[in-house]
Design a protein around this ligand. Structure first.
Ligand code: SAM
Length: 237
């Protein structure tokens, strides 16, 4: 038994405003975000020298799931929700201490509105996620050649993403206004991961789904294994 208090050191700012649709692992969608240092750590000294690394580890709290607790076994979505594995044999977000970890690309250190921030990309974190530690990624030790990935040996297969005329017009208008310069590539990259739960993929599915990116809800549907973006709306999240 040990006792220790773990405090937030930073907060992650990302375009992902709800859990549904966030890539299931880091490195799958190349979009920018920020790690904003908080409290006494909002100090350039805390990150002095970090720019010499191309990638960093973020340790964070799955804060949106803490209240729901955890179980010793879980049903990983990759296995269609039919098979149980031990919680420690998965990357489930429902864990005894609710801790997640992700390797992300580091672009640099910037100061935004008086906050020291790390500019990053490739994160799989909800906007507002509390970061509890930051460490450099060290390739000679952290990258393991020929490692075996169990049920997650390969990245998930991508699905084709198309756009309705209405959605394309909306996106062009937003991009012309210099808002969201990465919007179309972000929507395509997020949806090509096919965020639907595995059991839905097996069935005919007429549902209209929605993911929240920045302050927009993106509405989409699946027909014949192709995702079509129908329209964009101001977010309700
Ligand atoms: N890098 C993670 C880890 O620690 O193993 C990846 C696994 S987890 C399956 C990734 C998912 O966590 C995302 O797709 C998103 O739905 C969820 N997630 C991200 N940030 C979260 C947060 N703050 N609270 C709860 N769930 C979150």
């Amino acid at each position: 038994m040990f006792s220790s208090q773990i405090n937030q050191v930073a907060i992650c700012r990302t375009p992902y405003k709800q859990k549904f649709g966030i890539p299931r692992q880091p490195g799958l969608v190349d979009v920018k975000g920020y790690v904003e240092l908080t409290g006494e750590l909002n100090n350039l000294d805390a990150v002095r020298g970090i720019e010499q690394y191309s990638h960093i580890w973020l340790l964070f709290c799955f804060h949106e799931n803490l209240e729901q607790g955890w179980k010793t076994t879980v049903r990983p979505p990759r296995l269609g929700g039919n098979e149980k594995l031990g919680v420690f044999a998965t990357r489930s977000t429902f864990r005894p201490n609710g801790i997640g970890q992700s390797v992300v690309k580091l672009h640099g250190v910037v100061e935004l509105k008086g906050k020291v921030c790390l500019e990053i990309s490739g994160m799989d974190l909800l906007d507002g996620t509390p970061i509890i530690d930051i460490k450099p990624y060290i390739p000679f030790s952290d990258a393991i050649e020929n490692a075996i990935g169990g049920i997650a040996q390969r990245a998930p297969e991508l699905i084709e993403v198309k756009y309705s005329i209405k959605a394309l017009e909306q996106i062009n208008e937003l991009m012309q206004k210099q808002q969201y310069s990465e919007l179309k590539s972000l929507i395509s990259a997020v949806l090509s991961q096919d965020p639907r739960p595995a059991y839905k993929k097996a069935k005919e599915d007429a549902k209209i789904y929605q993911v929240a990116l920045y302050d927009l809800d993106i509405l989409w549907q699946v027909t014949d294994e192709v995702i079509t973006v129908m329209e964009l709306k101001p977010t309700s999240v």
